[in-house]
Design a protein around this ligand. Structure first.
Ligand code: S3P
Length: 190
């Protein structure tokens, strides 16, 4: 009976999907993709699936339709992707996903959320080279960039920090994240 109970709860845990949340540049897509491949899990990227569904880049969505339109589509896509995901799948969200349209409540209810918590300085270092291609930060000056990240992060932490799991991710490797998922699902490190 005890065994059965344990099995039930671990199955239940595995049947939930993992949602990686956090700021742009936190490593949600890169880590998620690497870990899913190594663990043989389904990987789903919300930004990518939205781009595919709408037939245009996120940058074009912001330019043509504006942010409010994008947030509405993002919320609808989130629900669609989570509902269709395989058990144990790893989903990377967009940096703003948890902060609009009650999405954080939805994520907390239907997924195991993992916040990849990265310091503003490290985020600025990672984001600087590709800044021109990201709609929310392309207009900022190099000097004002770190301050903008600090302010935005503080604002978004009201949602991010509700996450079920918070991992300091300035130096997180895919192998460490994989170990963490094993530990959570099986109770031991591999
Ligand atoms: C956004 C982050 C982006 C993308 C969009 C808006 C944000 O995703 O969804 O440009 O509001 O922080 P990444 O975090 O994957 O870059």
């Amino acid at each position: 009976m005890a065994d059965l109970k344990e099995q039930d709860s671990s199955e239940q845990m595995e049947s939930k999907v993992y949602a990686l949340i956090g700021f742009m540049g936190a490593g949600k897509s890169t880590l998620g993709k690497a870990v899913a491949r190594s663990m043989n899990r389904q990987f789903l990227d919300l930004d990518e699936s939205l781009e595919y569904g709408e037939g245009m880049s996120i940058k074009s969505m912001f330019e043509i339709h504006g942010e409010a339109w994008f947030r509405q589509k993002e919320a609808e896509n989130l629900r669609r992707v989570v509902e269709g995901a395989a058990p144990g799948a790893i989903i990377s969200t967009g940096g703003g996903t948890p902060c609009f349209h009650d999405n954080m409540s939805f994520l907390l209810e239907h997924t195991t959320t993992i916040l990849l918590d990265v310091s503003p300085k490290e985020l600025a270092r990672r984001l600087e080279p590709g800044r021109a291609h990201r709609p929310l930060i392309s207009h900022l000056t190099k000097e004002g960039f770190l301050t903008w990240i600090e302010q935005k992060l503080e604002e978004r932490n009201a949602w991010y920090r509700q996450s079920e799991v918070i991992i300091q991710a300035d130096e997180l490797s895919p192998a460490e994240m994989e170990q963490w998922i094993h530990y959570r699902e099986e109770g031991f490190l591999r």
